[in-house]
Design a protein around this ligand. Structure first.
Ligand SMILES: [Zn+2]
Length: 289
């Protein structure tokens, strides 16, 4: 089954909803970064949020970046996404192993610790939009819910889940974002709150075989949900030799000159996808011209 997301509305467009299945892309991230289960869960949740939130951006060139900086063992998590369902990410520490939490689940909050969440939307303007909120739980979905309420003034409900198999591969991953649009009635809010209180977790829904469309219908039963569109999501990195050369030039002439003086091939690895680029001293010299 391919990964994809759906966009929908409910209650006469007073509610908007996004839901995704991201199992394959989170498994791909796990394979690239060789992450332990709890780190896979943390990165997978943020990658899924990236796909969903990226779709809110207007232009194909726009970039969304979600940064989590915590004082827990995983350190930082960085995810970037466009509005076409392409997402990529990396973590500070890939091999964190800590005990399960009180519920017997992977302790994502414990791996992240306290810190902050930073959301950047680069829409090609001089100053990208950037907003930082404190982490309120470290479980990521709740932190994003808090971000939407405090920074964007949009009442939201965010659900994110990654379930690992016994073999420590990704069995299920997915998520949803439900947002209330201006003018929504108290009656609809109460109905939605009741519904969400009874809803199983994202991983339970996926385990029960629900597709993203089914998740929308299940989350918004009785509120006349309508699916508007469906689109693929994937782990995808746009790095290439030119972007890496650009980064080398940006690192400064002195750095380059030191590398040239070493007179050895240098290998640069993309932080997001692990792709390796090799440059000879001759090639490095052309960058200083
Ligand atoms: Zn890359």
């Amino acid at each position: 089954m391919n990964d994809y997301m759906v966009r929908g509305t409910a209650a006469g467009a007073h509610i908007r909803i996004l839901a995704a299945r991201s199992t394959l892309l989170v498994e791909k991230a796990r394979q690239i970064h060789k992450t332990s289960p709890v780190v896979t869960a943390a990165l997978g949740r943020l990658l899924t949020a990236g796909c969903l939130m990226g779709s809110f951006m207007k232009s194909e060139e726009d970039r969304l970046t979600l940064n989590i900086h915590g004082d827990g063992p995983v350190g930082a998590i960085c995810v970037t996404a466009d509005n076409k369902g392409h997402v990529k990410g990396f973590v500070g520490q890939t091999m964190v192993i800590i005990p399960a939490n009180a519920k017997g689940k992977l302790d994502v909050a414990g791996a992240i610790g306290s810190g902050y969440l930073n959301v950047i939307r680069d829409t090609g303007l001089k100053e990208p939009y950037s907003s930082t909120v404190e982490l309120i739980s470290g479980e990521i979905a709740e932190d994003l819910t808090y971000y939407f309420a405090s920074s964007e003034q949009i009442p939201s409900s965010v659900g994110l889940g990654v379930l690992m198999s016994k073999e420590n591969t990704v069995a299920q991953a997915g998520g949803f974002i439900i947002q209330l649009m201006p003018g929504v009635s108290d009656d609809i809010i109460t109905q939605l709150e009741d519904k969400l209180a009874k809803t199983p977790s994202v991983t339970q829904m996926l385990e029960n075989g629900l597709t993203p469309e089914d998740m929308v219908k299940s989350l918004l039963t009785g509120l006349e949900p309508e699916i508007l569109e469906s689109s693929p999501v994937s782990f995808s990195c746009n790095c290439n030799e030119d972007t890496v050369k650009g980064a080398l030039i940006a690192a400064g002439r002195r750095n380059l000159e030191e590398m040239i003086a070493d007179n050895k091939d240098i290998e640069i690895k993309c932080r997001f996808c692990g792709h390796k680029y090799t440059f000879s001293p001759e090639e490095l010299k052309t960058l200083t011209l």
